[in-house]
Every structure is written in C-alpha cells, then in structure tokens.
Design a protein around this ligand. Structure first.
Ligand code: NAD
Length: 358
C-alpha cells in the first residue's frame, strides 16, 4: 500500500483525498488543513485523520471541537508521498518541508514548472516520469491537462504542424466569491501567447502551440476553441474515432441536447457524479471538423476535477509502481471515468451542417 498524505484541503485537495481513498493500492493517511471550517468538518465525517497545516492554529481546531491527529510535519514524516494541493506559490515553498523528511511530493499547476523536477500528464508522459529518478512532480493545470490529453493522440497518429487554441476561461470556481469578472470579457492575459502553450511544452516538448486567454463571468467550466494543423489530412470521422478511443476524452453526442457547460454540469449531476465532477475533456462531437489538414473542435474542461485522475496516476509514476496503462485503467475504473459507456449503441455519426448551396 502507498501511504498518501494530502496537504491543503480545498477544491483540489478534497477531491484528491476521496480519489486516493478509493484506490486499491493506496491508503489515505491524512489531510492537512489551515482552518477548522466546513471542509475540515467534512473530512472528519469521512474519517480522514486531520493534521494542523499551521501548528500555531491547532488551538482553533480544539476550540471548534475537532480532534487533530497531529501537525503537518507528522503527516509528512509518515507518508510515502504527499500530494500538495495548497494555493499557488505555497506548494513551491513547501518543497523544503518534503525534502527535510525525504518524502516525494506532487505539486499542482499553480506552481511554476521549475518548482518541480518534472511536469506530469498521465496520457502524455507517464513513462518519462516513471523513468526519471526524481522526487517532486507537478501535475499541470486544468487547462494544460485538457490540452495535453487532446494533443498527445493527435501528435502520435498524425503529427501536429501547429496548434492554435483560444481558452475561454471561467472567472473563478463556484466557491470563489472574490473572483471575477462579474460583468465583463477580459483578454487575459492581454499579451500573446498566454502561458498555457509554453506549459504544454513542459509535457509535449516539440509541439508547436500558441494559446490566447479570455476570462468570462462563469464558474462552471472552461471552453477551448481549438484549431490544429495536422501533418496529415484525416476525415472528421477518423479524428472522431481516434479521440473516442481515449478514456479521458468524452465526445458529447449531439442527441443528448447538451449545448453548453451548464447542461454538461447538470448531466454530470444527473449521472450521480460526486460533486458534479467531469474528469474527462468534454468535446462536442459535432464540432469536430476537418478542412484539409486543419482540425477544428470545441472542448470544455471542468477545472475542479480533470486533474484528479492525473494526481492519482502521478503518485504511481513518481514511485514507479505501475506502467501507464495499468495505472490509468485502475484510476478510471475506481473513479468511474468514462461517460462513453452511457451512450453505447446510441451514438450516430453527425453529418456536418452546411449553410446551403448559396
Ligand atoms: P483552494 O484555495 O480551493 O484550496 C487550497 C487549500 O489549501 C485551502 O483549503 C487553504 O486553506 C489551504 N492552505 C493555504 N495555505 C496552506 C498551507 N500553508 N498549508 C496547507 N494548506 C494550506 O485552491 P485549489 O483551487 O484547490 O488550488 C490548489 C492548487 O491546485 C493550486 O496550485 C491551483 O493552481 C491548482 N489547481 C486549481 C484548479 C482549480 O480550478 N481550482 C485546477 C487545477 C489546478
């Protein structure tokens, strides 16, 4: 069993903790929190040992009637690996703590690439990470994860001459009441390219990609408008079949009537997904179009959850416990990744719509 500690129990941390607890080869030894808020109480209800992330605040937990298993250093000392899900910048600062106890660690996408020894995406570089003798890996951000999952099979099957992606990004997560914009559309960053393209290159070094970012008043998901110039001229059907074969890419069938991120999230909740999570890239099947070597599509990324299966695979890769296929299959099966099976036999090929003959 791999003993896993989770440091930082917010949006990503609570999901990683649940995912670790569901793995047959992992044991969640505890989670570290800064404050005795509603998430701390939820962790206690689930039976997760709770550690004080900031020792000076341990009294606050006692005053709130919450029992602590110890301080964060106790957790780090006991763990085989720590998944650090603290806010951007804190993970890099925590590296000293993990090194002090010789505990391998996984950081998140809010950290700069150089805060870790290697950047990670299961589909694109599991094997490279497992082969590297390193102690700290970084699971790349939600957007970079979504782009890497999409580009890896395209690079392998056709070769990619150039990728151009506009990322329409949610202003904040549903619980982030201080984020915005509230009523605006921001080029963000206004400079081109955005950091996402270079970040993809930490995973797939040779792919030529430019990204542009826009921020909108939405909380549910991101939406990517994608144009990839391939080194081949496949039909749209061939690309659909290629993407359909990837377990973490969900092709949203036309007949579902899902026309946007609102209905995608509603659909996730109707299927009983925990927290309405969508671990897969959601690619609108009808949007997959080709014009010669140019591929176009729209995909949506659930920022709060697409990195969760990646964190689980990163644990096995960092400790070199499994090969890619076995790890991804175990993760997918235990979490329930793969919405395709809901539509087996119902999928119909979509005829691209034209604007008539005129
Ligand atoms: P969050 O604010 O929801 O959660 C972070 C948690 O860490 C909070 O509970 C906070 O109290 C706690 N914390 C703060 N300082 C700490 C410390 N010193 N020690 C331990 N815990 C501490 O943040 P999040 O959205 O879960 O983001 C975590 C990381 O994941 C960031 O690097 C972020 O960029 C990345 N990420 C976030 C998203 C997303 O959309 N939310 C998606 C992908 C990656």
């Amino acid at each position: 069993m791999i003993h896993v500690g989770v440091n930082g129990y917010g949006t990503i941390g609570k999901r990683v903790a649940d995912a670790v607890a569901a793995q047959p080869d992992m044991r969640l030894i505890g989670v570290a929190k800064t404050r005795p808020n509603f998430e701390a109480e939820a962790a206690v209800r689930k039976g997760y040992p709770l550690y004080a992330a900031i020792p000076e605040r341990a009294d606050q937990f006692r005053d709130a009637g919450i029992d602590l298993a110890g301080e964060v250093e106790d957790m780090v000392m006991t763990a085989d690996v720590v998944v650090d899900t603290t806010p951007s910048g804190v993970g890099a600062a925590n590296r000293d703590l993990y090194e002090r106890y010789d505990t391998p660690a996984i950081l998140q996408g809010g950290e700069d690439a150089d805060a870790a020894d290697v950047s990670f995406n299961a589909r694109a570089n599991f094997d490279g990470t497992a082969a590297a003798d390193v102690d700290v890996a970084r699971v790349v951000s939600c957007n970079t994860t979504g782009l890497s999952r999409l580009l890896a099979p395209l690079v392998e099957e056709y070769g990619v001459e150039k990728a151009r992606v506009t990322l329409v990004r949610r202003g904040g997560d549903p619980g982030q009441t201080s984020r915005g914009p509230i009523n605006d559309i921001l080029p963000d960053p206004v400079t081109v390219p955005s950091h996402h393209g270079p970040d993809v290159n930490t995973i797939i070094p040779d792919v030529d990609i430019d990204t542009l970012g826009v921020k909108v008043p939405a909380t549910l998901m991101h939406l990517h408008s994608v144009n990839v110039t391939l080194e081949a001229e496949p039909t749209a059907d061939e690309v659909r079949d290629l993407l359909d074969a990837e377990s973490r890419l969900f092709l949203v069938p036309e007949k579902t009537g899902i026309d946007g991120t609102g209905k995608l999230k509603e659909f996730a909740m109707d299927t009983g997904r925990p927290r309405g999570d969508l671990w897969e890239n959601c690619i609108w099947e009808e949007s997959i179009s080709t014009e010669g070597s140019d591929l176009y599509l729209f995909q949506s990324i659930h920022q709060e959850s697409d990195v969760i299966p990646e964190n689980i695979d990163a644990i096995r890769a960092l400790l070199d416990r499994e090969d890619r296929e076995t790890s991804m299959a175990t993760t997918d099966e235990t979490l329930g990744v793969g919405l395709e099976s809901l539509f087996d036999g119902q999928r119909q090929r979509v005829v691209p719509k034209r604007n008539g003959d005129d």
